[in-house]
Design a binder for this molecule. Structure first.
Ligand SMILES: N[C@@H](CCC(=O)N[C@@H](CS)C(=O)NCC(=O)O)C(=O)O
Length: 203
């Protein structure tokens, strides 16, 4: 398997964490869709990472789809429960976490627009999504060690990747102060080898 990814992409990191948790061998091909010579649009018409090329050459994109494909390989630990509705619930956690990431990416891109083109209103709108998303994640986690079920699942990994991305791009956001209920969870996730070994480079 080959994974095409940039080292800072939180969606790609989610997939790299899954691959590490399952100890699945793969080749990491670093490719940024923002570079002029990128191969990504030839593999994913949407021009986004991550892209996974399976051993038989089939290509998958969009991180929830890649995560679903990796589950079909049947390698332990299973990160989705067997029941269809339970699996949807884990997917809901993933979607909420990915939505926080989407808003953070949008806010970052807006903040990087040239003076005069940047919209403070749009940045605020995205930050409100982040805030509401984190509040809902905190509410859903409650006192539990995991978001769904009694072991690590895909939703937990997505939340960890989202929080890691906030630390990377918005270190002044103080999500820990605003959502202390997520702190012990994040600490435990960030201590896992799969998270430590996929830390994005600073900058
Ligand atoms: N929903 C997609 C989002 C992927 C995404 O937006 N990736 C960013 C990198 S963090 C990207 O490739 N952006 C390039 C672009 O938007 O042109 C997923 O979960 O894989």
């Amino acid at each position: 398997m080959k994974l095409l990814a940039s080292l800072t992409s939180p969606y790609a990191r989610k997939i790299r964490i899954i691959l590490a948790e399952k100890a699945l061998p793969f080749e990491l091909v670093v490719d940024s869709p923002w570079e002029v010579n990128t191969r990504i649009p030839t593999l994913n018409p949407l021009g986004k990472v991550p892209v996974l090329i399976a051993d038989d050459g089939e290509t998958f994109f969009d991180s929830p789809v890649i995560a679903g494909y990796l589950e079909t390989l049947g390698t332990a630990p299973a990160l989705l429960p067997p029941g269809a509705l339970d699996a949807i619930r884990v997917r809901q956690t993933e979607a909420l976490a990915d939505g926080v990431t989407d808003a953070a990416v949008a806010a970052l891109l807006e903040s990087r627009r040239p003076d005069g083109e940047r919209s403070e209103r749009e940045m605020l709108r995205q930050h409100e999504k982040i805030e509401r998303g984190l509040a809902e994640l905190e509410r859903r986690l409650g006192a539990g060690p995991w978001f769904n079920g009694d072991a690590l699942q895909l939703g937990d990994i997505a939340v960890g990747a989202a929080l890691g991305y906030l630390d990377l791009r918005f270190p002044a956001l103080d999500w820990r102060g605003r959502h202390p209920g997520l702190v012990p969870f994040a600490r435990r996730m960030f201590e896992r080898a799969s998270f430590r070994n996929t830390q994005p480079p600073a900058g």
